[in-house]
Design a protein around this ligand. Structure first.
Ligand SMILES: [Fe+2]
Length: 493
């Protein structure tokens, strides 16, 4: 490691005028400014996490999702909202803080790190926060979980192995919570190291112990960002965002999009040893997130935000094709297979024309049949907004609620110059019916210096817009995912 710690001052790469830089400040606001009225009974915590570069990246062309995980907690209590943000004290964060510079290199490419870091976890914990067994887990799919105190955001364990039983080197950022058993179902891909085709699947019981483990192989080492769990089955979609040895050698990021690869939909029995796993073939498709999934007899259904082409502009196309923004537009698509039939391909049905990313559901319905979904969507018919950082930009400026029973979608339009982040559903009360409550989501006001507001929208009247806005006096770091915890479920309640 460098001994000249003071020789280089911190200076981030130049950005276009107006483009947001890293946030870097850990803040506390007691009693945030609120416009409107926080709904009665809305008590609990909304947690969100995103990448926030701690130091200028070692490689200026690193991808934006390789910053250190920064968690924000909005704590709602009797109409008041307090904000606290803390970086996750990952092994990587602590190592870089001591060095006063970035020592880890390119996204998921350990060959680009400073020497002497073997054995230090590269995990940024920047993708998801999820609550299980009274613990807040901050997750990044290339490394084991990091545990945080859900009330203080203090990092409690920078390398969670569930009493040494987690032998996978990786752990998904998208575990599912089974509302019946209370289990957290999860997996790790590239589980035996960089580019390996091994996947480990786990169930963690409500007391935090690993209760089930199965190891399987995937057809090729492609990105497995999310997965599906039903009451009886586990499903994976392998997409042509493939591990690239070529790019690893060239000091590039982990993945490249290979249009010549098929997608594969794999289904296995939950609780088994994985030997029943079947793979169903599909065309070139990209899908990143699951809205909901369930089993019905021999049928397995998984709803995803699916596109025809690479949805990640920062991961190159392997054969040099330019990024295709139209081909990257995702639509809610239902993938299904009938396990009682001999099928070679999986079935696909586009459910709605609305394009968007980051679908969510009422999380109390994970693993079971569900009716409602939510997603930030974009109106592709509108011209791109010209004012964002001097370049045309088409933000997700709608929140859309989907009703699968009536096949209808209803939308809240936030305005031309508002960028909306992933919504999170909050039940109106603990016994509320599915989808009855609020969505909370962070907005950036592009014409007000990207100042941020947390919007609270009643799902019974989406078009009416927010019933309350938590107004922040600054632009907060961008979010990947968020999670709601009811006050009655927090420690000490
Ligand atoms: Fe995700």
């Amino acid at each position: 490691m460098a001994d000249d710690k003071t020789a280089t001052t911190v200076r981030f790469p130049q950005r276009p005028p107006g483009a947001p830089g890293p946030f870097r400040a850990e803040v506390d606001i007691v009693d945030c400014e609120v416009e409107g009225r926080i709904p009665d009974g809305m008590n609990g915590c909304f947690y969100r996490v995103g990448p926030d570069f701690q130091f200028p990246p070692k490689f200026p062309n690193n991808i934006p999702f390789d910053g250190e995980g920064h968690v924000a907690m909005f704590r709602f209590a009797d109409g008041h909202v307090d904000l606290r943000t803390r970086y996750v004290r990952t092994q990587r964060y602590k190592t870089q803080r001591a060095a006063r510079k970035a020592v880890f290199g390119m996204y998921r490419n350990p060959t680009t790190d400073d020497p002497g870091l073997e054995g230090v976890s590269r995990g940024t914990a920047n993708t998801t926060v999820i609550y299980h067994n009274k613990t807040l887990f901050a997750l990044k799919e290339d490394s084991p979980p990091v545990a945080m105190d859900p009330l203080t955001l203090e990092t409690l364990d920078d390398y969670v192995t569930f009493d040494g039983k987690l032998t996978s080197q990786t752990f998904t950022a998208h575990p599912k919570i089974d509302p019946v058993s209370g289990e957290m179902i999860a997996f790790g891909y590239e589980a035996k190291g960089l580019g390996t085709d091994d996947v480990a699947v786990y169930s963690i019981d409500r007391n935090g112990g690993i209760a089930w483990e199965a190891w399987i192989k995937v057809p090729y080492a492609g990105m497995l960002h999310d997965f599906a769990a039903t009451q009886t089955h586990i499903a994976f979609l392998v997409i042509p965002m493939a591990y690239s040895e070529e790019q690893i050698r060239a000091q590039g990021p982990h993945f490249a999009w290979d249009r010549n690869l098929p997608s594969w939909f794999g289904v296995m029995r939950r609780g088994g040893d994985g030997s029943d796993l079947r793979w169903y073939r599909g065309p070139e498709r990209c899908a990143t997130h699951v809205m909901g999934a369930w089993s019905d007899g021999s049928m397995v259904y998984v709803d995803m935000d699916m596109a025809h082409k690479n949805q990640f502009p920062f991961f190159p196309n392997r054969y040099g094709e330019p990024f295709d923004a139209v081909g990257a537009a995702g639509v809610v698509t239902r993938l299904s297979v009938d396990l009682s039939k001999k099928m070679d391909d999986y079935d696909m049905e586009v459910l709605y024309p609305n394009t968007g990313v980051l679908p969510r559901q009422d999380d109390r319905y994970q693993t079971v049949a569900y009716r409602y979904g939510f997603m930030p969507t974009v109106d592709m018919s509108k011209p791109p907004h010209p004012s964002h950082a001097g370049r045309p930009f088409r933000p997700n400026n709608n929140y859309t609620k989907f009703d699968h029973a009536t096949k209808t979608a209803v939308t809240y339009f936030a305005g031309d110059a508002v960028a909306l982040q992933e919504p999170c559903f909050v039940p109106r009360h603990r016994e509320a019916a599915e989808g009855d409550g609020y969505i909370v989501g962070m907005s950036e006001l592009m014409l007000e210096g990207n100042r941020s507001e947390l919007l609270i929208i009643d799902t019974a009247d989406m078009q009416a817009g927010p019933v309350a806005r938590v107004r922040l006096p600054f632009r907060i770091f961008g979010q990947v995912h968020g999670w709601w915890v009811d006050a009655a479920d927090l420690p000490g309640a």
